[in-house]
Design a protein around this ligand. Structure first.
Ligand SMILES: *Cc1c(COP(=O)(O)O)cnc(C)c1O
Length: 411
């Protein structure tokens, strides 16, 4: 299977599996195929590698290895934490979350509502931030759990999780955070953050898809979601995805070692890309660009055009980017995250997410910066949505100047 060169700007959807991770996994797909629960040493020795991987994942988030439960993905981790809170507190009916969560939480909330629970989706400000005072006021005596994501997959907006965890602790309510995008991009110290549960996913860390982890704080009661054998200290049934777990462990180790260096490099590329786009393309505006922000993510609205059309033309050149999250692309609905930030449906539909990673180079960014402006210009020329100001600024940019620097709005 041959693959033409791709220019990958969709690292929040998934990441390339690191060669180091593949190397670590191979023995567990070949000679070391025993079941870690078996009593004989052929199986048992595999279990030692699972525990080594658990220690590595724990180390990435500064947790005790016994606090790490392997799951099949970030989605399962989110579902499991929320499910546990309701299963163990049948008298509590309320779930508090935000309007900008990943579908792994939003759709589960909708399911809870159908089951008769009450869900509050906290609104966000225009810059994507949360009003913590409102969050505190929204906690009710019957709130079973609060779930607020750490870093947003669409905009990169980072929520103050330590403060939110402290609020929940002071109110005596369970707190979960979806740290799938934060892990490996921000330092995470579970000894300092008072969260009961956090979700992590391996494929957002250069390991394969189909493996995740749920951190369950020591002494926090937990009701398993997948019920079966005694695996994961009775917290998640099912024979372990050993190769996936070992790969996850190696990826967590790499992420920890690279945390500072990788993010400095990625941030520099992202900033160069983003600043050039908003400076050179008329009516291109950043969404949710206030700091703190994930170092790799950029969400840009191109007035007057549909993101889907931009993505299609980029795809012809081998450039991968997305609108909204990969899980909702193709649904034609404008991003719920951008809508929650108060963007008009038109501006939300004209927004593209570029997310960078460890393997992106300056040459990738140069290629994108060279290809994107003519695509936008071409689409604006044929767009029925094309507003007058864009047509005007298009002419100005052709003439080599733009008098719209103030349109480079940072919201
Ligand atoms: C990708 C993602 C998930 C889902 O993780 P999977 O392992 O794909 O199920 C959950 N939350 C966020 C923020 C994500 O980016």
């Amino acid at each position: 299977m041959s693959q033409r060169k791709i220019y990958y700007f969709d690292n929040n959807a998934t990441k390339q599996v690191a060669p180091e991770v593949i190397d670590a996994m191979m023995p567990f797909l070949t000679e070391l195929w025993g079941n870690p629960s078996s009593a004989y040493s052929f199986g048992n020795q595999v279990g030692k590698h699972v525990e080594e991987a658990r220690a590595r994942v724990a180390s990435l988030i500064n947790a005790d290895p016994r606090e790490v439960v392997f799951t099949s993905c970030g989605t399962e981790s989110n579902n499991s934490a929320i499910h546990s809170a309701f299963a163990l507190n049948p008298d509590k009916r309320h779930f508090l979350t935000t309007a900008v969560e990943h579908s792994a939480t939003i759709k589960f909330s909708e399911f809870l509502k159908k089951q008769g629970h009450i869900v509050t989706f906290l609104p966000v400000e225009a810059d994507g931030s949360l009003d913590l005072h409102l969050l505190e006021k929204s906690i009710r005596p019957d709130t079973a759990i609060v779930s607020v994501m750490w870093g947003n997959n669409e905009t990169g907006v980072v929520f103050p999780i330590e403060e939110i965890a402290a609020i929940c602790q002071s109110k005596g309510v369970l707190f979960h955070t979806d740290a799938v995008q934060a892990a490996g991009k921000l330092p995470i110290d579970m000894k300092a953050v008072g969260a009961d549960f956090i979700s992590v996913s391996a494929h957002k860390l250069h390991a394969p898809k189909g493996i995740g982890a749920l951190y369950v704080k020591r002494r926090t009661r937990y009701q398993p979601y997948v019920i079966g054998g005694h695996q994961e200290r009775d917290r998640r049934g099912g024979t372990e995805n050993v190769a996936g777990i070992v790969g996850f462990g190696r990826a967590a180790e790499l992420a920890r070692d690279r945390l500072t260096g990788e993010n400095t490099q990625v941030r520099r590329l992202r900033d160069r890309m983003e600043e050039t786009i908003v400076r050179t393309i008329p009516d291109a505006m950043r969404n949710g660009a206030k700091e703190p922000r994930l170092p790799n993510t950029s969400n840009i609205a191109f007035a007057g055009i549909e993101a889907e059309a931009i993505l299609m033309l980029l795809d012809r050149l081998g450039i991968c980017a997305s609108s909204g999250s990969a899980c909702t692309t193709g649904s034609l609905e404008p991003s719920h995250v951008l809508r929650a930030m108060g963007l008009s449906p038109e501006r939300a539909r004209g927004s593209v997410r570029f997310s960078l990673g460890f393997y992106n180079t300056d040459a990738d960014v140069d290629f994108l910066l060279q290809q994107l402006p003519p695509i936008i210009e071409k689409l604006r020329a044929i767009s029925p949505l094309n507003p007058e100001p864009s047509a005007q600024s298009k002419r100005e940019s052709r003439a080599g100047r733009s008098n719209h620097p103030e349109k480079v709005t940072v919201v």
